[in-house]
Design a protein around this ligand. Structure first.
Ligand code: HEC
Length: 170
């Protein structure tokens, strides 16, 4: 029994070192390493949900702010329910322009839209004026808002995406 226990201790204490007094101890540098590894583990376990949560909160705040921009600016033409005004202003409901290519969508807001193209089979007599006086953040917010409303499902727009387009059209 005793030799068996001894060998068990030997195996389990493989990483420990014997000092000159013949006592088992863990060298201080190993203790420090263990502490760092434990701290990193605790951080990654604890921090990843926090980071994910923060991202969701930030995205939700952007959409909330975007709703206000929409109400102040876009609503007059595109209406509160995104339905637009027949023959004048197109609907944003399930719009391929809204949920499609980010760059094209950002350009519509930055440059305006006066192409006489059919939008879902109908033409609209009004022109959309440029909204370039909005900040990158405001444009990102309002577009992120319309991209998850009025039956559209698309990813958020970031201020850096807007900045990129601003540089392109200058
Ligand atoms: C003065 C009225 C007016 C305002 C304000 C306005 N739009 Fe428009 N918008 C239009 C018109 C008109 C068109 C279509 C132009 C055309 O057919 O040439 C259009 C087109 C669009 C399109 C592409 C077509 C579609 O139906 O998906 C999007 C997207 C859009 N607008 C988003 C916005 C957003 C977002 C805002 C607010 C930041 C806004 N618009 C403000 C009048 C307006």
């Amino acid at each position: 029994m005793v030799p068996f226990t001894g060998s068990f201790i030997l195996v389990s204490r493989k990483s420990e070192t014997m000092n000159q007094f013949g006592r088992w101890f863990i060298p201080p540098n190993k203790i420090r390493m263990t502490k760092i590894i434990l701290a990193l583990l605790a951080y990654s376990v604890g921090a990843s949900p926090v980071i994910a949560q923060t991202k969701t909160v930030t995205a939700n705040q952007s959409i909330e702010r975007g709703k206000l921009v929409y109400q102040q600016l876009c609503l007059t033409c595109h209406q509160g329910n995104g339905g637009g005004v027949p023959n004048m202003n197109p609907p944003l409901i399930k719009s391929p322009w809204v949920s499609g290519d980010k760059k094209k969508l950002i350009n519509i807001v930055l440059i305006g839209f006066s192409e006489k193209v059919a939008i879902n089979g109908a033409c609209y007599s009004n022109n959309m004026p440029s909204q370039a006086t909005l900040t990158d953040q405001q444009i990102a917010d309002v577009l992120s808002y319309v991209r998850v409303n009025f039956g559209n499902i698309a990813s958020a727009i970031m201020p850096k995406d807007v900045l990129e387009q601003r540089k392109m059209i200058k």
